[in-house]
Write a protein that binds this ligand. Structure first.
Ligand SMILES: [Ca+2]
Ligand SMILES: [Ca+2]
Length: 493
């Protein structure tokens, strides 16, 4: 019956909204994991503005990236095409524009989400990191400038100018001996002074101005913005470090020989470096400080929305491109398939539609976002999209529809063959190309310590989840040297 009413509404008005099209505020955060208070995976984290967002949204507590790497995850969100179709599983550098159109045949003519909204009467404005780019790689960006009516600054160099580096003094470097595990020393935590026109605050200022400067009769707005912290380097103003005295910082649960019953991610030397140099707490502190910094910027953005004419008729969606390890399973950053790597914050508010303040366990992959936003705004779903709308989880957060999430990645050792991680409401199943399997009961074992894949008691669970493995996953694509968006190719001319 509810579905009938919904179909009638859709038929009668062309969208879930009876009158004008809703605006869309589309917020991407970089490398933000589930430590934030609404997802409750770190004691003592201070994220009041994520709580505020949760009160006015449906919180997806079981949402996963399509791939655990910035570029692959972001291009999947923005095109709605899963890596198992596109073959883009990993980060690729050295682009100056949408090189993914040449990396993957499937994406050659893909319509970017913001472009799709433009094609249906929206004005699309973007700012900050939405497609892949880094603070320290100026001009290396996979953004598609043609997908936007306007972009803050240079769309092919959207964030590098926003971020200064701190002057490193001895105390900040204390304990660092030898070479850090990343080049250019961008892996570390230290306070930095930010002028008002610097950092993620500058992107938020720009977005708030966009919302405030709207006038009657303007096209509906698709406003996309991407905040860069808590991506490394963990350099934010001192006041955010002050929230977390180092001696009070908690480390994640850690079990000796945890990797014995799991496949190695190949990055254990990084963790060894951190523990050998006694940096674990210091780096956790930097990550938490960076989370609270970005929480503050989210609060400023919500204040801006609430005091604008868009306050009541705007869909708000916030997502992060993947999870993050701070030493869990001897891993740092991402590039693995455990829930710690793939689980992402996802919040959706749709005025008059979402049961705000509620939470859903609906398994969701970020490629579901594109069709969800289409349904909410009454737009057709482009054929390229591989996901399915999660609007039912907004109206009935207590129900799930039987789908599972799918995250795929190609580890170095597997050359071009993909591994996959699948979640239902309760379990997580991972399969690698060499046949290694892992199964975790997340209800009982949130830290994914005990691999149940060989336990006969869980055979049925495993078989059920295994059925969801993609049979025809695309092999990993190579960097096309002849792309006009290949930076190396450009220089030769
Ligand atoms: Ca990222
Ligand atoms: Ca284990």
């Amino acid at each position: 019956m509810i579905r009938l009413i919904f179909l009638f509404t859709l038929f009668a008005f062309g969208s879930l909204y009876a009158a004008d099209k809703p605006n869309v505020l589309f917020i991407s955060i970089d490398d933000l994991n589930d430590y934030i208070s609404p997802l409750d995976n770190h004691p003592g984290v201070k994220t009041p503005n994520f709580d505020r967002l949760a009160e006015r949204s449906v919180t997806f507590t079981n949402a996963h990236c399509a791939a655990p790497a910035c570029h692959a995850s972001r291009v999947a969100v923005m095109t709605g095409v899963h890596p198992v179709k596109s073959g883009i599983y990993r980060n690729l550098f050295g682009a100056h524009g949408p090189r993914w159109r040449h990396e993957s045949k499937v994406l050659e003519k893909a319509v970017v989400l913001s472009q799709h909204f433009r094609d249906h009467g929206y004005h699309a404005a973007g700012g900050g990191k939405i497609f892949h780019t880094l603070q320290w790689t100026p001009g290396d960006s996979q953004n598609d400038p043609d997908a936007w009516d306007e972009y803050r600054g240079d769309p092919l160099d959207p964030i590098s100018k926003d971020w200064p580096r701190p002057e490193f003094s001895k105390p900040q470097n204390q304990g660092f001996v030898g070479k850090r595990p990343l080049n250019f020393h961008l892996f570390g935590a230290a306070p930095v002074e930010l002028a008002p026109e610097q950092g993620d605050g500058a992107v938020v200022d720009w977005a708030v101005e966009k919302m405030k400067s709207r006038s009657e009769g303007d096209k509906p707005l698709f406003l996309g913005l991407g905040l860069f912290r808590p991506h490394i380097p963990w350099e934010v103003p001192q006041k955010w470090f002050d929230l977390y005295p180092e001696e009070e910082v908690k480390l994640p649960d850690d079990r000796e020989n945890d990797l014995e019953d799991a496949r190695s991610h190949g990055r254990e030397s990084w963790h060894k470096w951190v523990t050998d140099n006694k940096q674990w707490k210091h780096l956790m502190r930097g990550y938490l400080a960076s989370i609270s910094y970005v929480d503050h910027e989210l609060g400023r953005l919500l204040d801006g929305l609430d005091s604008s004419s868009m306050a009541k008729d705007t869909i708000v969606v916030l997502w992060s491109d993947h999870g993050f390890h701070i030493g869990e399973k001897e891993n740092w950053e991402k590039f693995a398939l455990w829930e710690q790597t793939t689980r992402v914050p996802l919040f959706i508010h749709a005025p008059g539609v979402s049961k705000d303040g509620e939470r859903t366990r609906q398994p969701t992959t970020l490629t579901d976002l594109y069709p969800t936003l289409c349904e909410l705004a009454g737009l057709p779903v482009p054929e390229q999209c591989t996901g399915a709308s999660v609007v039912p989880a907004l109206t009935h957060p207590d129900k799930t529809d039987g789908r599972v999430s799918l995250t795929s990645f190609v580890f170095n050792r597997d050359k071009t063959q993909a591994s996959h991680g699948i979640s239902d409401e309760k379990f997580r199943y991972i399969r690698y190309p060499d046949g290694v399997e892992e199964l975790y009961n997340l209800e009982k074992d949130r830290g994914e310590f005990v691999n149940l894949a060989g336990d006969p008691a869980y055979k049925e669970v495993k078989v059920r989840l295994k059925k969801n493995l993609p049979l025809d996953a695309a092999p990993m694509v190579k960097i096309p040297r002849d792309s006009p968006y290949h930076r190396g190719a450009k220089k030769k001319k």
